[in-house]
Design a protein around this ligand. Structure first.
Ligand SMILES: NC(=O)c1ccc[n+]([C@@H]2O[C@H](COP(=O)([O-])OP(=O)(O)OC[C@H]3O[C@@H](n4cnc5c(N)ncnc54)[C@H](O)[C@@H]3O)[C@@H](O)[C@H]2O)c1
Length: 359
């Protein structure tokens, strides 16, 4: 039964995907969306309509839209009950139980606080906010209102990362002590909020809070962060395009992240060294391999890991927590911890010294 009425705030690329996934859950229905762009709202309604038609036809929900011929009139009709607002405050004044926030990063904190003040549960896209002071404002408002606040650190649920975490922390190759991630691409943000420091926070907030969160997921709480950053090739952004971030963890472990949008060759890879073996993950949709010292490599191909669509899984967990107090796969404290690591990295790059945690 669709018990949870959900509103979307920010109906761009990510918002549309989250809305479709949320609407496909048994327990939730998308009833409203807010965005100053009427075009974005129209596309959202059509996407949700298309997904509903496909689901009604009994298609696999992870393949929404694939191979299904539906007219634009059909999709518009199927998504027409999604109420549209230009101003998110009007959506918050309506009867929604919870909201998904997928607006530009600099708006996350204000929207989340306004939502909590109206008693709405909140699923907020990463990055939670641009700094821990804003995160704390969100946490306080949610706690005061008694509403659920989740931050979408979805990398943990991407199959190859989920499996890597399971192996690295499950004991088969000992205990993890070092993690290295490289994630490099060329500048692909285009003009708009994502390319502006004031709105996105910079590349570490906008993209690499994913990897910082994953490093903490494997090695636990951090003790200090040292970072070097610079702007080298990405002509379209007013912030750093390359960063090296080194983390010391409280358990003695060490981590290193090389990231940015300044490379003509796309690269995504992770190595986790454990006391009895090593795991290497080649990134989204690629294989992973691991070996115990002196033993042959085990290879796991992506198709061998079957998991629910990651964005649907996180929203399902959010809904189950709201409705049945089930534990969440991750929560706002994880979102805040990723922001703390990012903020420490920026402070370290500025000062040239390692920054101790907590901030
Ligand atoms: N978890 C992930 O893998 C992932 C991937 C992409 C984006 N994101 C996050 O999702 C968020 C949105 O990113 P996107 O790629 O969809 O960006 P986008 O630019 O495609 O969409 C943002 C939307 O927000 C709308 N907006 C602007 N001001 C608003 C306001 N005051 N109220 C309501 N809506 C407003 C814009 O009109 C636009 O439609 C960002 O926080 C981004 O970091 C997460």
């Amino acid at each position: 039964m669709k018990e949870l009425k959900v509103g979307l705030i920010g109906a761009g690329g990510m918002g549309q995907h989250l809305a479709v996934q949320c609407d496909s859950l048994e327990e939730a229905q998308l009833v409203a969306a807010a965005d100053p762009s009427e075009e974005a709202l129209q596309r959202l309604a059509s996407k949700v309509g298309e997904s509903r038609i496909v689901q009604t036809a009994g298609a696999d929900q992870t393949q929404v839209g694939a191979g299904t011929e539906v007219s634009s009139e059909d999709t518009a009709a199927a998504g027409s009950d999604v109420r549209r607002y230009a101003d998110y405050n009007d959506l918050l004044a309506s009867d929604v139980d919870g909201v998904i926030i997928a607006a530009p990063n600099n708006l996350h904190a204000d929207i989340a606080v306004a939502a909590a003040n109206k008693g709405k549960h909140i699923f907020c896209e990463k990055p939670m906010a641009l700094g821990i002071a804003e995160c704390d404002r969100m946490l306080e408002a949610a706690e005061k209102a008694g509403v659920t606040l989740m931050v979408g650190q979805v990398l943990r649920l991407i199959p190859v990362f989920w499996q890597s975490h399971k192996i690295a922390t499950g004991g088969d190759i000992g205990k993890p002590f070092a993690i290295n991630i490289t994630r490099l691409s060329s500048w692909w943000f285009g003009p708009g909020w994502r390319s502006q420091k004031a709105k996105s926070g910079g590349v570490v907030y906008e993209v690499h809070v994913h990897e910082l969160d994953f490093m903490r997921h494997v090695l636990g709480e951090a003790e200090s962060v040292y970072a070097s950053m610079g702007h080298f090739t990405a002509a379209g952004v007013d912030y750093e395009d390359t960063a090296f971030i080194q983390i010391r963890f409280r358990n003695g472990g060490i981590g290193s992240l090389h990231c940015g949008i300044s490379s003509s060759v796309n690269q995504y890879g992770m190595t986790i060294q454990c006391t009895e073996g090593t795991l290497v993950n080649e990134g989204f949709g690629k294989r992973l391999q691991y070996a115990r010292f002196g033993e042959s490599h085990q290879v796991i191909e992506p198709e061998m890991i079957t998991l629910e669509e990651p964005y649907r899984a996180e929203l399902g967990s959010w809904a189950q927590h709201i409705l049945h107090a089930e534990p969440m796969v991750f929560d706002a404290s994880d979102g805040r911890a990723a922001i703390e690591l990012a903020e420490a990295a920026y402070r370290s790059a500025q000062s040239g010294s390692a920054v101790p945690l907590p901030l």
